[in-house]
Design a protein. Structure first.
Length: 147
């Protein structure tokens, strides 16, 4: 490390602008439901071209934030304004490629979407894991075929 003038090894969190990553610790909530819609047909192949995940929230949920990760990569870290009744996370294959995530393929990579917030002054977390087109932690996916 001396030839680079570093006192210690450096590392970064891939996908994070400032090399930070929020870490959530809370109790799960069964009253937060998740719907998943997957559209097939990207590039003329029957693979996901887009995924939309909607978290339905009880009234009064606040301080909302969601992250989208695949192992080793942070794709999104978003603060949600206000107290909406639902939060929808949309992922589009062409958009991911345009943002430089050319190593991420919807439907091929295991992807985790985590929503956190406060309800009645208690933190909650709801996580959905997408493996292929199977949403683990949510209702069965609705799958659409595109033209």
């Amino acid at each position: 490390m001396e030839e680079y003038d570093y006192a210690a090894p450096l590392s970064a969190i891939l996908g994070s602008i400032d090399s930070t990553y929020p870490f959530f610790v809370s109790e799960p909530r069964d009253d937060i439901t998740v719907d998943t819609e997957i559209t097939l047909g990207w590039g003329g192949l029957p693979v996901p071209s887009s995924v939309a995940v909607t978290f339905h929230l009880p009234g009064g949920a606040e301080s909302l934030r969601y992250t989208v990760t695949i192992p080793g990569l942070l794709i999104r870290d978003v603060e949600v304004a206000g107290t909406p009744p639902a939060v929808t996370v949309e992922l589009d294959q062409d958009e991911l490629y345009a943002q430089g995530y050319t190593n991420v393929v919807l439907g091929a990579d295991s992807m985790e979407i985590t929503l956190v917030g406060k309800l009645e002054d208690r933190w909650f977390a709801k996580t959905l894991n997408l493996r292929g087109v199977s949403p683990l932690g949510g209702t069965p996916a609705i799958i659409h075929l595109s033209d």
